[in-house]
Each structure stands twice: as structure tokens, then as C-alpha cells.
Unconditional design. Structure first.
Length: 541
């Protein structure tokens, strides 16, 4: 995928080759900070952030702690270091649990996927783990051989098994396609570099190459075919997109769907004890912090410092909780990360992750309920499978196993900059009941490790945009509870009466009201106005 594409923790599986190649063109049409722009002044469906801060000029603000449960964060990044949360009771590097919370040297947060053996990078999908567990019980059996009290569980095993076969076939096929195209593009790039030297590999230069060498002619054909199919994109962008796609499907086949792979021994916990609390390490960056660093920058990169980007929220501190590997997160780790956040002062928890199955949902629900009672607001990415999660849910979810819903929970879909049929991102999950609101999530420019910056797309990006607006409101309006902040964001969303949009993953046109509960897109300016007036303001169009 190109640098503007959905990255690995944003549920990109199932996308076709063309999606990876087309996405780079969008970035040329809008400014890199489009999600901060004004719908009224810039004709871009951003947050209208400058006008929001204008309304707040001179008003006192408090500091808000936002916990980021993710892959890890580069806490030394130039645009993030000043806003990283520091545990006030912990003395760095002394090997002691100074404040007595059960975690040693947790200066900036904690990792629940690291331990004495190192840090987990790759992990399996929950689907794979469930299949491995159930095969030990039911493999080779027929339903008539199963006691009646276990038949529901057996049917669950059959569903898991069928889903696994579908995914291994799908991902294996995509891996073969990407491997072939990636190999061709890499060969073409290396070959033409030897011909062109320092000249760029662009359509003009490549078209002028004259050669009888079959390798050169083949490479010329590959490059020109790509560039002419994707006008405006550079070959380097297309190659990078192909490389990321190749890497993604390689990881799925080699790790995510590999029934023999299990990295859990690195952590050193008793994995069977789902209520074990005190394990892990303080390596909050981990081996691959791109996703979490990108999320962190969207929420709170230092504003108005002339470096890189501006985050959405001022007056924030970002608590780093590493619990999301390159694979599906485990319920035990997510539950413990939520408890840590709630017990150490987080007011918002950003959760840019999700999965199809949650075998230990009850322990996550308990942690969510506990944190909710402490006033925490949850912001969760709806996922990027262009799926109706009213019907086919993504976990964790605001609906508890008891049937009740978490009052301070926002489920976020991804929107684009355009007020037309393409307003909802074509990859975004949706749901008239399950998804609350949409938020900018296409080609969002933010920080990545090593003082670098990049555009990425996904509900993984839309969620921290929403978290940033929520943190902005909490900073300036401390009188509102988490549930009230949620209500303000929903009530003040921008609505689109009469606009027909393309339902993600289909050619069908529907209203935004069919895709989420509000039918709206989050807007910081309107949210601040609503919070100031404490009464409905009407619906902007």
C-alpha cells in the first residue's frame, strides 16, 4: 500500500489490489491537515478546529489524560515528547514500584505484551486461537457424537472452522497476487535505476528508454502500465503501496493464521489465569510503534510549535498502554490495560483496534464497567471491513453481555473530506445502532516513529480525531461527565439532509442515517457551541 493507505491495525484484510493503488491519488486533492479545516470556510468536511479554539479564547482549561491502548508509541518523538503522560509517583529506572500500583517503573504507561522474554510483535488472530482451542475438543467428530449440552459449542466450532478456511484461502490468494506484483515491480525498479541513474522513474523518462534488452523492455512495460493506470501517482508511491500490501498478507499467512505460532511465552504470564493483573514490562514503544505513534499525534501532537503537525487537543497528556500486537489483541491484555488506565487517572481511552471474536468478553466488560463508573469515556474504532456491525459485531463493543450499553462509549466510523456520495470512507464499518458517528479518517497526516510523519487511513485514525475533540471539550468544560461529552458530540454533529452516499462495500446509495445513529460527522466548532449554550443549536447542513 502507499503511504496514504490503511495500515495493518486498521483491518485492511479483504481489500483488492486496486484499492492499494488508487488511494494515493486522493492525497493530492486536499491539504495534509484537511481534517482540521472548516466545512464552511474551506469546503472540506473537517473539524473546523481553528474556529472552535476561537470560541474558547481566554477560557481556562484543565489537563486531560488520554490513554492510548495500541501497538506502542515513540515517546521520544519531537512532536509528542512534551505531551507524554508521566506517572507522578514513579521514580524512573530504580527498579521499584514506588507508588504501589503493582507495576515497576511504569513511568509513561505499561506494556501487557512484553515481559522477561522480550516484546511481542506478531501474534495470531483470535480466530486462529479459537480454532486451535476447539480442535483439541471437537476435531474429527460429528454432531451426533456430541452430548446435547455441548452441541451449541460444537456448532460454534464449526462456524470458526469454516471462517478460518475462508480467511486462509482469501489471504493466501491475496498473498500470491501481491507477491507476484511486488516481485515484478521491485525487479522493474532495480532494472530501470541501472539505466536511468539518478533520473527519476517517471513516465517521461521511462518512455524515452531505447533498448533491446528483454529485462529492460519488460521493466519499461511494467512501470508505464502502472503509471498510466494511476495518473498523478509516482512509481515510488505505487511500489511502496505494493510492498505494504505484500507485507500485510505475508504476515497474515505466516503469523495471523498460522496455527503453530504462539509468541505468548515472551510475556511470561499464566495465560490461563484470565484475571491475572501484574505482568508485562515498561517497554511502551515496543518493536513496531507506527500505528500507536500515528494515533497519538492525531490526538495531541504539540500545537502551534511549527513542527510536523498539530494535534486536535491542547492540554492533554498521553498515557501509553501497549496491548495491541501485529495480530489480534487478547482480551486479558485489553481488560488489564483498561483497568490500568482507569486506576491511573485516564479520563479518555482511545481504542483503535478490534476483532471478530472475543472469547473472554466478560472480563473486558467488567473492566469497561469499572472504568465507566470512574468517569472514563471510551472511543472505539468501528473497523474497516465495510461491514454492518449491527449484524456482524466487532469487539470490544459498547453492548455488554448483560444486554446493557456503556453510557460513555463512542463507536466511530470513518469519513472523507467530501460532501458527496463518497462522504463515508469506502472501507468503514457502519451500523445504524452500533456506530454512533463518523469522523475524519481518510488520509490523515500524523507522526510516526523517528521524528517522521505519514498519511494513513482507517477508523483507527477516525477514532483519535474524535478522542481529540472529546479531550478538547473535557479540558474547557470540566462540568460535563463522560456520558454528557458523548451526548454533546452526537447532538452537535454535522447532518446531511437529503444527501445520498454509497454504503461501504456496495454500490447501493443510502442516507447517512442508515450508516450510524446520528447520521452525522463530528465537528469541533459545533461541539464547543453546543457545550457553551447547553441547549440544542439546530442541525447545520
Amino acid at each position: 500500500m502507499s503511504s496514504t493507505s490503511i495500515i495493518k491495525r486498521s483491518f485492511l484484510s479483504g481489500f483488492l489490489l486496486i484499492a492499494f493503488l488508487q488511494v494515493s491519488v486522493f492525497a493530492q486533492q486536499v491539504p495534509s491537515d484537511w481534517h482540521l479545516k472548516s466545512p464552511d470556510q474551506d469546503s472540506i468536511m473537517g473539524l473546523d478546529l481553528q474556529r472552535a479554539y476561537g470560541l474558547l479564547a481566554g477560557k481556562p482549561a484543565r489537563q486531560v489524560v488520554v490513554a492510548i491502548i495500541d501497538s506502542g508509541v515513540d515517546i521520544e518523538h519531537e512532536d509528542l515528547k512534551p505531551v507524554i503522560w508521566v506517572n507522578p509517583g514513579e521514580i524512573p529506572g530504580n527498579g521499584k514500584d514506588d507508588e504501589g500500583n503493582g507495576y515497576i517503573d511504569d513511568v509513561n504507561g505499561w506494556s501487557f505484551i512484553g515481559g522477561p522474554g522480550g516484546d511481542v510483535d506478531q501474534d495470531t488472530q483470535e480466530l486462529t486461537r479459537e480454532l486451535v482451542r476447539l480442535e483439541k475438543i471437537y476435531a474429527g467428530l460429528e454432531e451426533k457424537q456430541i452430548p446435547k449440552k455441548l452441541r451449541e459449542d460444537f456448532r460454534y466450532y464449526q462456524r470458526i472452522s469454516q471462517r478460518y478456511e475462508e480467511k486462509i484461502t482469501e489471504n493466501g490468494s491475496q498473498y500470491d497476487i501481491y507477491r507476484r506484483f511486488y516481485s515484478q515491480m521491485r525487479f522493474a525498479m532495480d532494472t530501470l535505476k541501472s539505466v536511468l541513474g539518478d533520473s527519476p522513474i517517471d513516465e517521461i523518462n521511462v518512455a524515452t528508454i531505447q533498448s533491446n534488452n528483454p529485462n529492460v523492455l519488460f521493466s519499461k512495460s511494467v512501470v508505464l502500465g502502472m503509471l498510466r493506470t494511476q495518473p498523478g501517482a509516482s512509481f515510488e508511491e505505487l511500489f511502496e503501496g505494493m510492498r505494504e500490501g505484500f507485507d500485510y498478507f505475508r504476515v497474515q499467512v505466516d503469523y495471523g493464521l498460522n496455527k503453530s505460532f504462539d509468541p505468548r511465552s515472551l510475556v511470561g504470564d499464566n495465560y490461563g489465569d484470565k484475571r491475572e493483573r501484574f505482568y508485562g514490562n515498561n517497554s511502551v514503544k515496543g518493536p513496531d510503534a507506527e500505528h500507536g505513534t500515528h494515533v497519538a499525534g492525531i490526538i495531541g501532537a504539540v500545537r502551534n510549535n511549527g513542527i510536523g503537525i498539530d494535534g486536535v487537543a491542547d492540554h492533554v497528556r498521553l498515557m501509553v498502554l501497549r496491548a495491541v500486537p501485529n495480530g489480534d489483541e487478547r482480551d486479558k491484555d485489553i481488560a488489564n490495560a483498561i483497568l490500568y488506565a482507569a486506576n491511573n487517572g485516564a479520563q479518555i481511552i482511545n481504542m483503535s483496534f478490534g476483532k471478530e471474536f472475543s472469547p473472554d468478553k466478560s472480563i473486558v466488560d467488567e473492566a469497561v464497567t469499572y472504568a465507566s463508573k470512574k468517569g472514563v469515556l471510551f472511543v472505539h474504532a468501528a473497523g474497516n471491513d465495510a461491514r454492518n456491525i449491527d449484524v456482524d459485531p466487532s469487539f470490544p463493543s459498547k453492548k455488554l453481555k448483560t444486554g446493557s450499553a456503556v453510557p460513555g462509549w463512542l463507536e466511530i466510523g470513518a469519513s472523507s473530506s467530501e460532501v458527496n456520495e463518497s462522504l463515508p470512507a469506502d472501507f468503514s464499518n457502519y451500523g445504524k445502532r452500533a456506530v454512533d458517528i463518523f469522523s475524519p479518517g481518510v488520509n490523515i497526516f500524523s507522526s510516526i516513529p523517528g521524528n517522521r510523519y505519514k498519511e494513513n487511513s482507517g477508523t483507527s485514525m477516525a477514532a483519535p480525531v474524535a478522542s481529540g475533540v472529546a479531550a478538547l471539550l473535557m479540558s474547557y468544560f470540566p462540568e460535563y461527565s463522560a456520558a454528557e461529552i458523548r451526548d454533546i458530540l452526537l447532538q452537535s454533529s454535522r447532518r446531511f439532509n437529503g444527501l445520498k452516499v454509497v454504503k461501504p462495500g456496495t454500490a447501493e446509495q443510502v442516507s447517512m442515517e442508515e450508516l450510524c445513529a446520528t447520521g452525522g460527522v463530528i465537528n469541533a466548532y459545533e461541539a464547543v457551541r453546543y457545550a457553551q449554550n447547553r441547549k440544542p443549536l439546530g442541525r447545520p447542513r
